[in-house]
Design a binder for this molecule. Structure first.
Ligand code: PA5
Length: 450
């Protein structure tokens, strides 16, 4: 608490700096790249929709989603890193846990969703092609239709570009090369310029048919742009509620004092823990399997934004109570280099499931028959926190009242804002990824020679 008090002035200064970066039109070279567009994007998307309706960015996202939802049984989301992980986080958090296994009726007409184009795995791609191929009877009216959302901001990402090429070829075989489905069921999202946009234009897409990632929004900060919002709308999620939650978090960040500002508190504590107390391993301990992908999204956000100049925390996602049986021991008694955040959801979506009485009691559970799954989970969380306290392991709880579009919007925006604040406290630029650019250059040279 004393250290927090001591840096409070600095934190408020950094908030002012981050807020001012939104207005900076011509940043000095040391601040480049500067891509703060994600902060105001949710409100801008909502305002644009209010003013221009179907012609706005959000209106076009919703129209494309309706088309994909109405006309397909499966939708592939092609993209990697920031062009994939946010949509996956929303899918896992907010859709039925077994969405893809449900019957079409139980899915209420929503297509199954697959996240692909995020590796170079030959056999996994072949399996996908087999999955897509096996129902086609009439090329003009296949029994089961599939479509894709192809996402690449730069347009130069090998995995996504290769997957797009293979799957477009597959679609042409599936529907027939002249079929309008090939184009209408492939919805591309890309930056304002780049190789992907050039290719799409050559394929006959007009600018109105393309969804654009704003120039000033970086890949890993783009979940609330069409990158995350189109897949979310296809899943049948309430996209406006996600954006409203995020916009509310931006306002809170900009307006609230430190005591009521979750962004500033989260950033300050993590900055102090990492930079001053050398707690370099940052464990996001999620107490719902539905939040594991949110953890992976955050892993990327932290790794690419803060892992620079030989510094930065190492993020780890743990899913509880599963990983208490694997990582738990280490977190409690291993190297003292960790800070643990329990990410909790207070209210379950379904009524609590009781353990119940049974005729045989060899398992000794009859004593707990009136307890529910929620009771067990809460007891385990309290037990773990008590053990961490006794072992002097720094721990905090981050609590969502419910898992909903609105709370997910708040959480995503909170973690993105906190990452930028932390980067500015550390004096690193959160937006570039110079290391990644180097390995991409080497790969290209190895593939093309020279
Ligand atoms: O955060 C980033 O910038 C990266 O993780 C990108 O999102 C990822 O490399 C994909 O890039 P692109 O959308 O340009 O294909």
């Amino acid at each position: 608490p004393e250290r927090l008090e001591a840096i409070r002035h600095l934190i408020m200064q950094v908030r002012g700096q981050v807020a001012a970066e939104r207005e900076l039109r011509d940043p000095p070279p040391r601040m480049q790249p500067l891509l703060p567009g994600f902060m105001d994007l949710p409100q801008q998307m909502l305002d644009g929709f209010r003013r221009k309706g179907d012609a706005s960015d959000l209106g076009r996202v919703l129209a494309a989603a309706t088309r994909l939802r109405d006309q397909t049984d499966r939708v592939l989301v092609l993209g990697i890193g920031g062009s994939s992980l946010g949509a996956k986080a929303l899918f896992d958090a907010l859709c039925h846990t077994y969405h893809n296994e449900l019957t079409p009726k139980a899915r209420m007409g929503k297509p199954r969703i697959y996240f692909v184009g995020n590796d170079l795995d030959n056999d996994a791609l072949q399996d996908l092609l087999e999955l897509l191929e096996n129902h086609c009877v009439d090329p003009e009216l296949p029994e089961e239709r599939w479509g894709a959302i192809a996402i690449s901001k730069s347009g130069g990402t090998l995995e996504t570009a290769a997957a797009y090429r293979v799957l477009r070829t597959e679609a042409a075989k599936y529907y027939g090369s002249q079929s309008p489905y090939v184009k209408s069921l492939f919805v591309p999202i890309t930056g304002a310029s780049g190789k992907f946009r050039d290719l799409l234009r050559a394929e006959g897409y007009s600018d109105e048919q393309l969804l654009t990632i704003p120039d000033n929004v970086a890949g890993r900060f783009s979940v609330l742009s069409p990158v995350g919002m189109l897949p979310a709308a296809v899943m049948g999620l309430d996209v406006r509620a996600i954006l409203l939650g995020a916009a509310a978090m931006t306002r809170r960040f900009l307006e609230e004092p430190f005591e009521r500002n979750p962004v500033l508190q989260y950033a300050a504590v993590h900055y102090l823990m990492c930079e001053e107390l050398k707690k370099n391993v940052r464990v996001m301990s999620v107490w719902s399997r539905k939040l594991e992908s949110l953890g992976f999204w955050y892993d990327q956000l932290v790794s690419e934004s803060l892992g620079k100049q030989g510094r930065g925390p190492t993020p780890v996602t743990a899913v509880q109570s599963r990983d208490l049986h694997s990582r738990g021991q280490q977190h409690q008694e291993g190297t003292r280099d960790k800070i643990i955040t329990n990410l909790l959801v207070k209210a379950t979506r379904h009524p609590a499931i009781p353990i119940g009485m049974a005729d045989r009691n060899e398992d000794d559970l009859n004593a707990l028959s009136r307890k529910s799954y929620t009771d067990l989970q809460n007891a385990m969380l309290d037990g773990v926190n008590q053990a961490y306290l006794e072992a002097a392991r720094p721990t905090a709880n981050l609590i969502l009242p419910v898992l909903s579009e609105h709370t997910m919007g708040q959480l995503l925006q909170m973690l993105m804002l906190a990452t930028v604040v932390e980067a500015r406290l550390m004096n690193v630029n959160p937006y570039g990824q110079s290391g990644v650019d180097v390995y991409k250059r080497h790969t290209n040279r190895m593939l093309r020679g020279g």
